[in-house]
Design a protein around this ligand. Structure first.
Ligand code: DC
Length: 220
């Protein structure tokens, strides 16, 4: 029987790092579902498609040919039109545009189909915004991971600094807040804690402590 673990949470909640760590600890591959929304957004930006034009976006979905592959080290690699775009999906311009794109029902159906194809192949830890609520409501384990706005903005700033994209902490905090509002207020599959998800606030926990907190709930 396959095991599915859903980890949802807001921007910079540490989901990515925690999912990777948990994946290593448990020996279960992880799938970062945000990477799929990012790849769709990158494609639209690079092809100068107006992000407000839902109709045009939906007409272009069949050209994207989105594919998600798990690399040996459990990292997801994302391809569009046969090209590996993984290195570009975390650019800040993609981060700022992706909530608009992820709010369209047609885009969500398209991405959810790709996720389902991968998840059906075995045990997975799936990380996103709506995994426990929409994509896998019957997941074996569900977690809602979060942290205070200040801590999340500091984490996000550190990620951006490491990539050479330098913004002030205040600017980053404003961006994180805006992305939260977009994810929480969108009509379709908004970011919510599933009623049966375990709530974990990592504001005062190290990465290792957070991974251990989740791991202790999971019986394989
Ligand atoms: O986790 P992330 O920042 O890489 O996610 C990118 C965007 O994709 C974010 O704006 C929320 C959206 N997303 C979503 O709507 N549903 C998911 N399952 C995963 C991500």
């Amino acid at each position: 029987m396959s095991i599915n673990i859903a980890i949802d949470g807001p921007v910079a909640s540490g989901k990515g790092a925690v999912t990777k760590g948990l994946s290593k600890k448990l020996g279960i591959p992880a799938l970062d579902t945000g990477a799929a929304y990012r790849a769709v957004t990158l494609f639209l930006l690079e092809n100068n498609i107006d992000l407000q034009d839902e109709k045009l976006i939906l007409m272009n979905l069949n050209k994207i040919n989105l594919r998600l592959y798990m690399a040996e080290n459990h990292d997801v690699r994302v391809f569009t039109q046969g090209q590996d775009v993984t290195g570009r999906i975390r650019d800040n311009r993609v981060s700022l545009a992706v909530p608009t794109v992820a709010a369209y029902a047609g885009v969500r159906d398209y991405v959810n189909h790709q996720i389902a194809v991968v998840a059906s192949q075995g045990n997975y830890i799936l990380e996103g915004r709506d995994i426990g609520t929409v994509v896998l409501p019957n997941a074996d384990y569900k977690f809602y991971l979060t942290a205070s706005l200040e801590v999340r903005a500091q984490r996000r700033k550190a990620d951006l600094d490491a990539k050479g994209e330098h913004l002030s902490l205040l600017e980053v905090m404003q961006q994180v807040k805006q992305r939260d509002e977009q994810d929480i207020n969108r009509k379709i599959a908004p970011l919510r804690q599933a009623p049966d998800a375990i709530y974990v606030d990592s504001s005062n926990l190290t990465l290792e402590q957070t991974i251990d907190t989740l791991a202790k709930y999971i019986k394989l």
